[in-house]
Design a protein around this ligand. Structure first.
Ligand SMILES: *Cc1c(COP(=O)(O)O)cnc(C)c1O
Length: 358
């Protein structure tokens, strides 16, 4: 991925940054955005000039197809600063490729790699002061694409908007998480859009997740739609189970999002000599392991939280609590991944990407 920046970018900067008004030690995830945003429109069969302009509202026709038929996809990634103020990203090529996989499935135009990186890196250079160096700090980056063409006829739009927003983030603590194993609702089905990072996958989870919240569980772990007997993913994170000293996660499929964090955990496990299995995981196997005490840990893996420990689960009327361990794989993987991301540890896998100074 060696690119020469050739892309023409139309830049309009703010007259005054709002950064001095931001309390970086007290940020809620995804609520504060930087001074600028990037946008690029697709029209007449091609992507137009990229624009970077002050962050603010956009105007769309109320019949824009995104509002009616849900052609909307996104990505989530992070940028970090090292000790000498160099900006780094973590496996951004994976996000760029995945955005285009989602685009194909939603019958949206792919966004070219060179535009993606030239635009993103230009934006990061402009927003570099927003990337803090404190432990756990990063800049969360949200690329997305929406169908902007006006008209409510039910067919794919001919006009789109690609955008990138940036939001400063602190280390993410989601509180104590206990989960419900889904046995009524489903997130995705074979042949569907579960593997795509599309907006609708989230909308469909909110109601069952609210019911789970009301019952005292913070998240749902989704099971296969046909039998509800195989554990698949957590809907914003992939999920791992530790039985004895071995970790297990479900294979990716058209129902499961192929997470970058999941992939990185599997590679690290191999490197650390931790046995890892990628296979179907029956709810009964996990229930049995919880009963006989071999289920040691469960954790979610995703960009926002990196690794999110799960303390217990509910399945068909029964609650199970996981042991409280002195040292956990969850902490180990989180530490390894964040050390690589922030350039505090050697990156022998070539995962970090040095953002060009543009
Ligand atoms: C984004 C996402 C994940 C996590 O993927 P990462 O690449 O690790 O951030 C997992 N599941 C779903 C449904 C997601 O949208």
């Amino acid at each position: 991925m060696i690119l020469d920046k050739t892309t023409e970018i139309d830049i309009q900067k703010v007259t005054e940054s709002k950064i001095s008004q931001i309390d970086f030690s007290n940020l809620a995830f995804g609520n504060v955005f930087t001074d600028h945003m990037l946008e690029c429109d697709y029209k007449d069969g091609k992507w137009q000039t990229i624009k970077i302009r002050p962050y603010g509202p956009i105007t769309l026709d109320p019949s824009a197809k995104v509002f009616h038929y849900g052609q909307a996809i996104f990505e989530g990634m992070k940028a970090y600063k090292d000790d000498i103020d160099q900006i780094w990203m973590f496996r951004p090529d994976e996000n760029q490729k995945r955005l285009n996989k989602s685009a194909v499935r939603l019958e949206m135009p792919e966004f070219p790699e060179s535009l993606f990186f030239d635009g993103l890196e230009t934006l990061l250079n402009i927003e570099k002061d927003w990337i803090q160096k404190e432990e756990g700090s990063s800049l969360y980056i949200r690329p997305f694409v929406i169908a902007t063409e006006a008209g409510v006829s039910a067919n794919p739009a001919k006009e789109y908007k690609f955008m990138i927003l940036c939001s400063p983030a602190q280390s993410y603590y989601s509180g104590e998480v206990r989960v419900l194993f889904a046995d009524t609702y489903s997130r995705s089905a074979s042949g569907g859009v579960g593997f795509a990072k599309c907006a609708g996958n989230y909308a469909g989870q909110f109601y069952p997740t609210k019911l789970a919240n009301e019952a005292g569980y913070q998240q749902v772990v989704w099971t296969d739609a046909s039998t509800h007997e195989n554990l698949e993913e957590a809907g914003t994170m992939n999920v791992f189970f530790r039985i004895g000293d071995k970790i297990i996660t479900a294979p990716t499929s058209d129902r499961i999002l192929d997470g970058v964090t999941r992939k990185s955990v599997l590679t690290l496990a191999e490197d650390l000599g931790i046995e890892a299995e990628v296979r179907n995981i029956s709810v009964y196997e996990i229930e049995e392991a919880a009963k006989n005490g071999t289920l040691q840990e469960m954790f979610g893996a995703g960009t926002a939280a990196v690794i999110n420990p799960i303390l217990g689960f509910h399945f068909r009327g029964n609650d199970y609590e996981l042991p409280k361990l002195e040292s956990t794989y969850a902490d180990l993987f989180k530490d390894k991944i964040t050390s690589i991301q922030t350039k505090k540890a050697e990156d022998k896998f070539g995962w970090t990407y040095k953002v060009r100074t543009l």
